[in-house]
Ligand binder design. Structure first.
Ligand SMILES: [Zn+2]
Length: 140
């Protein structure tokens, strides 16, 4: 089932994800500016791990820092972005990820769209499996 979510209000993204969080469904979240295909989605669904992400890069706009992967080795203090090819991380951006019910350990808190990834991180405990090669993040 594909659920398109027009994110008009600040809380629309969070509220939609929250509405699926306590169901028995596996969530595959794909943000609007990510490279996506049936094959990329299937690769996540075929993987046995409960929380998986495709690697992708972030381009910090406001900080002026260099682009880095959206996955980090630790949380909640997210500073150590992973290097290419690292297979496991503690934190991931949620641009293109799979989250099974097993991975959803706690209630998902409500947040504005900029912080839904942090809310997901706070509501999950398991390590995140990173799929390579990185997918394109068009950042629009
Ligand atoms: Zn995986």
């Amino acid at each position: 089932m594909v659920v398109p979510v027009p994110c008009v209000g600040e809380l629309d993204y969070s509220r939609t994800l929250r509405s699926w969080w306590r169901t028995s469904r596996t969530i595959v979240n794909v943000e609007h500016d990510m490279e996506v295909s049936d094959e990329l989605i299937q690769a996540l669904l075929d993987c046995p791990h409960p929380f998986c992400t495709h690697a992708y890069t972030l381009f910090p706009v406001s900080t002026g820092k260099r682009a880095h992967y959206a996955q980090a080795a630790s949380k909640p203090h997210i500073e150590d972005w992973i290097a290419a090819g690292v297979e496991w991380c503690a934190f991931t951006g949620i641009g293109f990820c799979k989250i099974t019910p097993e991975a959803r350990a706690r209630r998902l808190g409500e947040s504005t769209w900029q912080f839904v990834d942090l809310a997901v991180s706070a509501a999950t405990d398991c390590p995140v499996h990173v799929h390579w090669p990185a997918v394109s993040h068009y950042h629009v």
